[in-house]
Design a protein around this ligand. Structure first.
Ligand code: AFP
Length: 337
């Protein structure tokens, strides 16, 4: 008998059942909304110039990044999918200055969603990997319009996190707190199908990812670790390392989930005043939850990312060192010494 495989929605329903959750269907519905947004984005990313979605706009986001056409389209698709079905009560997006509450009259749900709708969007114009990252938090009960304060929860309070990688194939990778599973989009039937069950990051690695052009700004700990990696067999780490840089965090973390590695965007002299480069609520925390759930580690260099107490700014930044557990620990030992 021909089989369709396990679809993302049937997987989520089954997982909720196993956890004994008295499913109202709302959480499943919320993840379904996110999935629909990602399918819409995947379709346009895949069409590229044929859909007239390449290139920049004249606007900038709150961080001063020039917004690409596809940044804004992906952001609209997330909002459209999330604001109509009564599963979500508010959103925070890389592309929105402030928290987004729902228009009057729209049903409010029990969840808050933060997202970077198109991570690595400068890769769009060169037909390279991009992705979406999202995190789900519980909404405060009985509050019509959640505020920034309601989003200011440490990563340990996330109820789900995931990313969708738009690469040679589109893949949704998801955790609801009991492991990490990967689903590949079958474009013929328009469904994400379970292809990578129970993803685990190898504990050891000899592959790292860092933007080396920032070397002169790094702290001594990172300078020393990378110098030792470059020394290879002759250095203190005693083995040859390989370096990869996709320039989209989704791509780096996906590679690490598939074959191990470490990804660093550390605090440095250029970004120290703002606290790092990547954003805590929709990049650092969701990726940290995925990496930890897959057996890896995720740290700022000075503590676990998911334990950073947010300051109420939805665009707060955080230093990131994450990936294979033993290698992250090695990097942390450079910070300690
Ligand atoms: P965009 O989403 O603004 O393209 O940024 C991507 C990103 O936040 C992250 O995904 C990359 O790891 C990092 O920036 C790349 O930054 P640089 O190559 O500029 O150092």
């Amino acid at each position: 008998m021909q089989k369709l495989g396990t679809t993302l929605s049937s997987f989520i329903i089954d997982e909720q059942r196993k956890l004994g959750n008295k499913a109202s269907g709302e959480f499943t519905g919320l993840l379904n909304d996110i999935t629909i947004a990602c399918k819409g984005i995947a379709n346009l990313v895949n069409m590229g110039d044929l859909a007239d979605v390449l290139g920049a706009t004249e606007s900038e986001n709150s961080m001063g990044d020039v917004q690409k056409k596809m940044d804004l389209i992906a952001n609209d698709l997330f909002i459209d999918a999330l604001e109509n079905n009564g599963h979500c009560a508010g959103m925070a997006s890389e592309e929105l200055d402030e928290i987004l509450t729902l228009p009057d009259g729209k049903p409010r749900g029990s969840y808050l969603v933060t997202f970077d709708p198109l991570d690595g969007s400068s890769n769009m114009d060169i037909n390279m990997d991009v992705g979406a990252i999202f995190s789900v938090l519980k909404a405060p009960k009985g509050k019509e319009n959640p505020t920034a304060e309601d989003f200011a929860k440490p990563g340990t309070e996330q109820v789900a996190a995931g990313y969708c990688l738009y690469g040679p194939s589109s893949m949704m990778v998801l955790t609801t707190g009991s492991g990490v599973n990967g689903f590949t989009l079958c474009t013929s039937i328009g469904e994400f199908i379970l292809t990578h069950p129970d993803m685990k990051i190898p504990e050891d690695t000899s592959e790292y990812a860092i933007n080396s052009s920032n070397q002169r700004f790094w702290e001594p700990a990172v300078q020393e670790y990378i110098a030792d990696c470059i020394q290879g067999e002759e250095g203190k780490l005693g083995k040859r390392y390989n370096m990869r840089w996709v320039a989209a965090m989704v791509g780096e973390i996906h590679r690490i989930l598939c074959r191990g590695g470490v990804f660093l965007y550390p605090i440095d002299e250029r970004n120290r005043d703002v606290g790092g480069k990547l954003r805590l609520l929709y990049e650092g925390n969701p990726m940290a939850m995925i990496v930890e759930q897959a057996g890896g580690a995720a740290d700022t260099g000075y503590g676990r990312i998911m334990e950073v107490q947010p300051n109420g700014d939805p665009h707060q930044r955080v230093p990131v060192i994450m990936g294979s557990k033993n290698e992250v620990e090695k990097i942390l030992s450079y910070h300690k010494s």
